[in-house]
Design a binder for this molecule. Structure first.
Ligand code: GUN
Length: 299
């Protein structure tokens, strides 16, 4: 007779995010009392990509809920390189703006690197500036990109041990997979990390040996049941829109994993939506407060 399995514990990113936001709100109130102004996030949004618009609206709403101010500079899709740079420079020069976020992708992705490099590193709350990334690699204080930071927070606050664990990350992006590989392998996380990517041979051989499996690929159903060791912790970073005529918006969100199939196999799992996503926005708020406190300490 088969042993009955219980479904994986849900790692409720929404609930963890709510707990972190209470802490951020307290820090934001304290900052505002000391500085005489709220900590503030400046956002540059170029073009009318609907996913980007909705991410930015979500970030601004979250700022307001935690007592942070936000200032949006919206530019048309036709904005030139110098228009976008001018927006970044305006936020760099504004003493009341602590953090700067340029929502990606830009309509012309060839601009992205130069625009990221134009952000004042003291305000780089996304952690995408090469100086921030280099400091992360060197183990120096910096701004850590929000999604990997949110994943570390989910693991820590859910009591999932990382020390000596084999963490397998699928996806080597500069935004998620690569910085996460550094955070998990360094102290105090102390995991052994395998970073898989599109050229990895026999991907399932690696994923099956994971104690902690992170899918950050951007393609639905990349991780299927046969690729996961029973009892593994599975973190799903994917946010994929798939058509669904039964939904008012005409689509629904799915991650990178075969969620229903993994539920009875994993010991803990993040849902989509409501897993990593709410943590990404929350860590942006946390980084903005960190930037504000650092800037007032080192004006
Ligand atoms: N586009 C998708 N994710 C992100 C993010 O974390 N930051 C920015 N700036 N753009 C994004």
């Amino acid at each position: 007779m088969d042993t009955p399995r219980t479904d994986a514990r849900l790692l409720d990113g929404k609930a963890i995010a709510a707990a972190v936001r209470v802490e951020v709100a307290a820090g934001a109130a304290d900052f505002a009392a000391r500085a005489g102004r709220p900590a503030s996030l400046g956002v540059v949004l170029v073009g009318d990509n609907s996913a980007s618009r909705s991410y930015v609206t979500g970030k601004e709403k979250a700022c307001a809920e935690c007592g942070l101010a936000s200032r949006e500079l919206a530019l048309p899709a036709t904005a030139s390189f110098s228009d976008v740079l001018a927006a970044v420079h305006a936020l760099n020069a504004d003493p009341a703006v602590d953090g700067i976020l340029v929502q990606l992708p830009l309509p012309d992705p060839r601009m992205e690197q130069a625009v990221i490099e134009a952000i004042d590193p003291a305000k780089d709350v996304d952690g995408f500036h090469p100086l921030s990334m280099g400091r992360l690699l060197a183990g120096l204080p910096t701004f850590v990109p929000c999604t990997p930071l949110g994943i570390m927070e989910i693991l820590a606050r859910s009591g999932i041990p990382t020390r000596g664990a084999h963490a397998v990350i699928v996806g080597r992006s500069h935004i998620v997979g690569r910085p996460l590989s550094i955070l998990l392998s360094r102290k105090p996380a102390d995991a052994t990390v395998t970073l898989c990517h599109t050229a990895t041979r026999d991907l399932a051989d690696f994923t099956r040996s994971a104690d902690i499996l992170v899918a950050a690929v951007g393609r639905p159903l990349t991780i299927t049941a046969d690729m996961v060791r029973p009892g593994a912790t599975v973190i799903d970073v994917g946010v994929n829109r798939i058509p669904d005529p039964s939904r008012p918006r005409g689509y629904r969100l799915v991650g990178d994993i075969d969620y229903p199939a993994l539920l009875p196999i994993a010991s803990a799992i993040t849902p989509v939506p409501g897993g990593v996503g709410p943590m990404t926005i929350t860590m942006l708020l946390s980084n903005t407060l960190l930037a504000a406190n650092r800037r007032t300490a080192n004006p």
